[in-house]
Design a protein around this ligand. Structure first.
Ligand code: HEC
Length: 170
């Protein structure tokens, strides 16, 4: 009998450990999901409302970069880009859409991140052509590279906007 008790105890201990292990694994995988497929506040914009202001070409890659009419007006007047603005980089490979990179600015959105990661109030997202988020991406990478453009509101190509007169600047 004492033997049986011991076995029972160890069995239930095993069951408890297994349950804990499953819980831990679930917690770890949901943590990883957050670390990679960050559900940022970015929304996919209405592309037809945006203005294509510049094109960047590199080998078989063609990037059409667009933003809102309001953002173009603001930058041309030397004013800050307003909240609610989207910038979209539509990345074409051999003339076929490959992915969309999207930046969106919102009031206080920078506070979602610790200070050293922050890029003003901009957040980032990578969408596939079907507009699903690329769950492998960690948008900290986007932010890290764009932080080099702090002096230009974290935008690489905004300096082309002052010369934009309706035809995409190349
Ligand atoms: C290694 C640096 C680097 C990384 C990482 C990066 N970008 Fe950029 N991004 C650029 C450069 C440089 C440009 C200007 C266009 C060009 O030269 O291809 C740009 C342009 C853009 C633009 C157009 C507005 C602008 O700044 O000119 C958007 C939108 C954008 N990137 C979004 C993203 C997103 C979303 C990610 C992450 C999924 C990302 N970027 C990651 C360097 C980077």
């Amino acid at each position: 009998m004492p033997m049986r008790k011991t076995m029972n105890r160890s069995n239930s201990g095993f069951a408890r450990n297994t349950a804990l292990a499953i819980l831990a694994a679930t917690a770890a995988s949901s943590f990883c999901w957050q670390a990679h497929a960050e559900a940022t506040r970015v929304t996919f914009p209405k592309l037809e409302d945006l203005v294509h202001y510049t094109t960047v070409r590199r080998g078989n890659v063609t990037e059409h970069i667009s933003t809102t009419k309001q953002a173009i007006d603001a930058i041309q007047k030397g004013q800050p880009v307003p909240n609610g603005t989207h910038f979209v980089l539509a990345d074409y490979r051999d003339e076929k859409i490959y992915r969309y990179f999207v930046m969106e600015k919102g009031p206080g959105w920078g506070a979602d991140f610790e200070e050293r990661r922050r890029t003003g109030d901009w957040q980032f997202q990578w969408y596939w052509p079907d507009r699903k988020i690329n769950v492998q991406e960690n948008t900290a990478r986007c932010m890290s590279c764009h932080s080099s453009q702090k002096g230009a509101d974290y935008l690489f190509t905004a300096r082309r906007i002052p010369e934009f007169r309706g035809k995409p600047v190349e």
